[in-house]
Design a protein around this ligand. Structure first.
Ligand code: ATP
Length: 262
């Protein structure tokens, strides 16, 4: 469980996150939505150790993880997808996956020279794991493709694949659907659900596509002006007056209402 208590992140005098408190339950796929500039990405960045908070605390399973580096959080199984360095364009999809775990014996020249057998064994294990990941994501056919040639949606799948190479526990996905076509978005959605159900991943997903959020996420947390405005099931949230107002602004909401009544 991730618990965020009264989190603030200010930029100069501007309060991007302004006292947000929320809980991401273990085993959930929690949606995080809100109008542009609501503070969602900043909140993600603070939780994931990319930005220090101005004040407030973040706990993971009861342990205070406020201000830990992305690297430390990575080793605890908490990651924001872009923490996993972006794909290496000239390497194949499989090689990109094999790069993730890091710390293999083969990383220093001396050990390369002295421990060839061990390195070969580690490589074989990594290759096997990468192939399992590709199978799970239904993209085995892309194993030898250069990562730079993948479409936007396939790159998102590769990002999910990277989380599987390190057996992540809690994954923060920022705008997973941006620029992704419908078919691939549904493949990505399926992969998220299966990782959640079959591998016990907890997800927190920022996404503007409400169909995607409604299909995948429970609960949905709504942020506006740096604070949590509402939380609940997707259908409740979409009926919530305060949420509609935060998205549309009162003026626009009244205009739509007037037009509907006319
Ligand atoms: N490094 C920064 N310096 C100054 N202001 C920033 C910085 N990062 C974010 N902000 C501001 O903080 C506010 C919240 O930004 P953030 O990206 O967290 O919102 P968001 O809810 O993720 O928006 P979107 O849905 O458009 O991505 C915005 O007004 C943004 O301009």
């Amino acid at each position: 469980m991730i618990k965020v208590e009264d989190l603030h992140r200010h930029f100069g005098g501007f309060r991007a996150v302004d006292g947000a408190s929320l809980t991401i339950e273990t085993g959930s796929i929690t949606g995080l939505i809100g109008p542009n500039g609501a503070g969602k990405s900043t909140l993600f960045n603070v939780i994931a150790g990319v930005l220090p908070p101005t004040s407030g605390r973040v706990f993971m399973d009861g342990q205070d993880i406020t201000g830990l580096s992305p690297h430390e959080l990575f080793h605890r199984g908490l990651l924001r997808t872009f923490q996993l360095a972006h794909e290496f364009a000239s390497m194949t999809v499989r090689e990109n996956l094999m790069m993730v775990p890091g710390g293999q014996t083969g990383e220093t020249i001396w050990s390369t020279w002295l421990q060839r057998a061990r390195i070969e064994r580690e490589e074989a294990e990594l290759r096997k794991k990468a192939d399992e990941v590709l199978e799970f994501l239904t993209i085995r056919h892309l194993a030898h493709e250069k990562a730079g040639n993948l479409s936007g949606g396939q790159k998102k799948l590769l990002e999910l694949g990277r989380t599987m190479m390190v057996d992540a526990k809690v994954v923060f996905l920022d705008e997973v659907g941006a620029g992704v076509n419908r078919t691939l978005l549904s493949t990505i959605g399926d992969a998220i659900v299966r990782l959640n159900r079959e591998r016990g991943y907890t997800f927190c997903v920022i996404e503007h596509d409400m169909d995607f959020i409604a299909k995948l996420c429970d609960p949905v947390i709504v942020m506006a002006a740096g604070q949590v405005l509402a939380e609940g099931a997707a259908d409740e949230i979409m009926q919530n007056e305060a949420v509609i107002e935060a998205y549309l602004g009162t003026g626009l909401k009244n205009k739509i209402k007037a037009e509907a009544e006319a």
